[in-house]
Design a protein around this ligand. Structure first.
Ligand SMILES: *Cc1c(COP(=O)(O)O)cnc(C)c1O
Length: 388
């Protein structure tokens, strides 16, 4: 565990910077080489060995932001997640996975793990007891995600991490929704932190990347699988991601502020049935969220039962109905039609995902403009559905 005393925005802007010794340029030079000399050097550099100059520089920044000793950067969130899981699991092992989680990770578990002789169980909720119940003698990894997609449930990170530690199990967390700006699970005792950097780290809906951050000992284990699976990120994208992260602190702060204001507004909107946001006092785990998050993030969900949602989406002028999340532009999606469409209606019902649940990713626009957009779209849908 390493705690860097510098402020978050300072780390985002400067940590790990490569110095341009030749021209004294202010940003890190981009080294596109895939071939490096092997004699008279201490490190044999190669992109798939995750040790090119730009990869190393960015990983220093990522490790500092997650209070980790080390980090690795991958070509996508799923490359990071699947590589980390396969690094710690082998035939005969078992993993406990949180029930509410990102659809791609769920899909990886149910379609891939058994092929390698790895057993898995999903929890029946997100309380510490729910994880404990699923532990078996051969359990090697416990996997959590908080806040979760799409209902923003909150898992007790320290509680689950302690449970894992007590039993000698590796704990992992998908920290994508919170970002390192709002949550640092290593401080709560988690072993391995995972990110889809496609989301808040990239932040502009134009980069695909993933991150693993952990102790040096755990990163060494992940590295052994990583060089075999080869999910490294291309140098140019590494460089772009470094640039994006410089503004992550101020972006995520603006998005979190917007989400809280939007959640409060939606609570008072008579067409809205329920609002899911950990920053609201009405959220069942608000106190827990307060204890483990620095901000509550830019994601919320709400139920809009009596409005034709496809028509509502069509009439939005600013907010874009698109897949993915965390960009500087506000976006919405209907989990039932997208991220959770492969789940059976019964499973969705069991998890509390209604057909009229909308997931809302707040951007950095002025929140008043976003509220006005929602109001005009609802008004249009309603005026159209009035019988002639
Ligand atoms: C998007 C996402 C992922 C997967 O990341 P990719 O970059 O799409 O591979 C994993 N976890 C969460 C929470 C996500 O939102």
């Amino acid at each position: 565990m390493k705690s860097n005393k510098k402020g978050l925005n300072t780390l985002c802007t400067h940590e790990g910077d490569l110095e341009d010794k030749e021209f004294k340029g202010v940003v890190s030079p981009l080294y596109m080489s895939t071939a490096y000399a092997f004699d008279d050097v201490d490190i044999k550099r190669y992109p798939r060995y995750f040790n090119t100059p730009n990869q190393e520089a960015l990983c220093k920044k990522l490790a500092a932001l997650e209070h980790a000793e080390a980090a690795l950067i991958f070509g996508s969130g799923m490359a990071a997640i699947s590589t980390a899981l396969m690094a710690f699991l082998q035939a005969g092992d078992h993993i406990v996975l949180q029930q509410t989680m990102y659809g791609g990770t769920y899909h990886f578990a149910v379609t891939q793990l058994n092929r390698y002789g790895i057993e898995y169980s999903f929890t029946n909720g997100w309380q510490v007891e729910d994880f404990e119940k699923e532990i078996q003698p051969n359990t090697k990894v416990i996997y959590m995600e908080t806040p979760s997609n799409p209902l923003l449930t909150i898992t007790d990170i320290a509680g689950v991490a302690q449970l894992a530690q007590k039993k000698g199990i590796v704990s992992m967390i998908d920290n994508t929704f919170a970002s390192p700006i709002n949550q640092n699970p290593i401080d709560n005792g988690v072993d391995v932190v995972l990110h889809s950097a496609t989301k808040y780290m990239g932040g502009h809906s134009d980069i695909s990347a993933g991150v693993v951050a952990a102790s040096q000992e755990h990163i060494d284990i992940v590295f052994q699988s990583a060089i075999c699976f080869g999910g490294n990120l291309s140098e140019y994208t590494v460089w772009l991601l470094e640039r994006s992260i410089k503004t992550m602190g101020i972006r995520v702060k603006a998005q979190s502020d917007n989400a809280l204001k939007m959640a409060e507004y939606l609570l008072g909107n008579k067409d809205v049935e329920r609002v899911y946001y950990p920053g609201l006092e009405t959220h069942p785990d608000h106190e827990l969220a307060k204890s483990q998050m620095k901000g509550f993030g830019g994601m919320l969900s709400f139920e809009l039962p009596n409005v034709d949602i496809p028509m509502f989406f069509k009439h939005l002028k600013l907010i874009k109905p698109v897949m993915s999340l965390a960009g500087v532009e506000s976006t919405m999606l209907l989990p039932v039609a997208t991220s959770h469409s492969l789940m059976s209606p019964e499973d969705r019902e069991k998890q509390g995902i209604k057909d009229y649940l909308i997931r809302f990713s707040l951007g950095i626009e002025e929140v008043e403009d976003l509220i006005e957009d929602i109001e005009q779209a609802i008004a249009k849908v309603k005026s159209m559905s009035v019988p002639a």
